[in-house]
Design a protein around this ligand. Structure first.
Ligand SMILES: [Fe+2]
Ligand SMILES: [Fe+2]
Length: 458
């Protein structure tokens, strides 16, 4: 049976089951309308089970999934069926051959009677046993790995925010913090990047504007480390680069807060004051325990620029640490793609375009290339418009074709937010025509659109 035909039949089945549930909410069990819809569902299931050994359906994120593919085009009956399963605490169920109509009737009655109860799997099994339901089996869904990685990445990100906040607070109080916490969170980030780079990088795309200094520090740490991970460096060198990224702006604690937060352009004197932060940062880092001197040197040099046109100004013959270029690139990318009072945020794609223009001048061209290779043409978090007029957010890269990443569709063609964000792989083709199902037409700026990319990762 063709996949599409199969999906259509499954939709019919769930629609009929939802219809039966709806009728059961209105009429008694023996009412002809209830009986009719159950008989309809029963006929559809048994006919499908003639060609399939079993019919396994799962509910993942409130979406019906068959053999790993979500089934959309929700009708109210289908939705009711899914909701009822969820409200009974059923994550997945399998219909087996030899199903009796009485079993289906009892199953529907159980669903109806227990809505809102969130039963344990064991309790559902007990109810099935009492009603002698043998050919419908409740199973626990094996969650796919991504949500777990994302929550693990979120925890690491939060720990990094705490580490950098605590360090900066200590410094403001005149204390020199220990570097052990910073080192540990960077080691955790490194582990996560190796396991699921997309999950860790995705978090740098959610900009928290209230806590700019801290989120910016963590983002620069993550991006610096991601670049370092892609180069053949030793583990300890990578950690030193990540730590430098995380702590690159700690010297700003020595600059008056109102200057750091000033919404308008700085005067020359004010800018001279800001320019002190790399040296201040260096002074602090070299005093911190568990921090290698190279991290301190990187912090001092993060605004020097590839062509040495930046600050602080250096003596002739000065030799820059090559890893400083990595943190400069990460710093530049995060700053460009963030909304600031004096700058509209650029989309990730626009930020990379600006950086390409800076390559060879203030930015190291080789490192810009590395970053573009890592982030792809459409970096994670980029909002895109598809040829279906839907708006989506890039959720993962496709190594085979960077122009066709995986996306999460957020709004329909009319711009309405979807109730269930739909996960799509843009590399998928229509088997009949051989054409791509969807393609990216353009990138869109989330702040100018009605869609919120953080919905997909929140
Ligand atoms: Fe800085
Ligand atoms: Fe910075």
């Amino acid at each position: 049976m063709e996949r599409m035909e199969l999906e259509a039949q499954i939709k019919e089945i769930t629609k009929a089951l939802g219809g039966a549930l709806k009728n059961l909410g209105l009429y008694p069990e023996n009412h002809p309308l209830v009986q009719k819809t159950i008989a309809q569902a029963y006929d559809l299931i048994t006919s499908l089970l003639e060609s399939l050994n079993e019919l396994a359906l799962a509910i993942v994120d409130e979406t019906l999934v068959f053999e790993g593919t979500p089934l959309f085009q929700l009708t109210s009956s289908l939705e009711l069926f899914i909701k009822s399963l969820g409200e009974c605490g059923i994550e997945a169920l399998v219909f087996h051959r030899g199903l009796k109509k009485s079993e289906l009737e009892s199953f529907i009655s159980i669903l109806h009677a227990n809505r809102g109860s969130i039963l344990s799997e064991q309790k559902v099994r007990n109810l099935f046993q009492i009603e002698d339901i043998k050919k419908i089996v409740v199973v626990t869904v094996e969650k796919d790995k991504e949500p777990d990685d994302l929550s693990a990445a979120k925890e690491i990100y939060e720990n990094a925010i705490s580490a950098v906040t605590a360090a900066m607070n200590d410094i403001r109080l005149g204390k020199i913090p220990s570097g052990s916490e910073s080192r540990k969170v960077v080691q955790d980030m490194s582990g996560m990047l190796k396991k699921n780079q997309d999950a860790m990088l995705a978090l740098t795309m959610i900009k928290n504007y209230d806590e700019y200094t801290y989120t910016h520090s963590v983002n620069v740490g993550v991006i610096s480390l991601t670049i370092a991970e892609s180069l053949s460096l030793s583990e300890s060198e990578k950690i030193d680069i990540g730590v430098a990224g995380l702590l690159h702006d700690v010297g700003k604690t020595q600059v008056a807060l109102d200057l750091i937060r000033k919404p308008s352009t700085l005067t020359l004197e004010e800018f001279e004051e800001i320019k002190k932060h790399p040296d201040e940062g260096h002074r602090i880092l070299i005093e911190m325990e568990f921090i290698n001197p190279v991290s301190g040197k990187i912090v001092r040099e993060h605004h020097m620029g590839f062509d040495l046109s930046g600050y602080p100004k250096i003596e002739p013959g000065y030799k820059m640490e090559p890893y400083s270029q990595i943190v400069s690139i990460a710093d530049c990318y995060d700053a460009l793609s963030t909304l600031r009072t004096y700058q509209k945020p650029r989309t990730p794609k626009e930020s990379l375009e600006v950086m390409t223009k800076m390559a060879g001048k203030s930015l190291d061209p080789a490192m810009v290339k590395v970053l573009i290779k890592i982030l792809g043409i459409y970096p994670i978090g980029t909002m895109v418009k598809l040829d279906t007029d839907e708006v989506a957010v890039v959720s993962a890269q496709n190594t085979e074709d960077s122009a066709r990443p995986k996306v999460i569709v957020l709004t329909d063609a009319e711009g309405r937010n979807l109730d269930f964000p739909v996960h799509i792989d843009l590399i998928e083709k229509d088997p009949k025509t051989g054409k791509f199902n969807r393609s990216i037409v353009t990138t869109v700026n989330p702040l100018l659109e009605n869609a919120n990319p953080s919905r997909s990762v929140a």
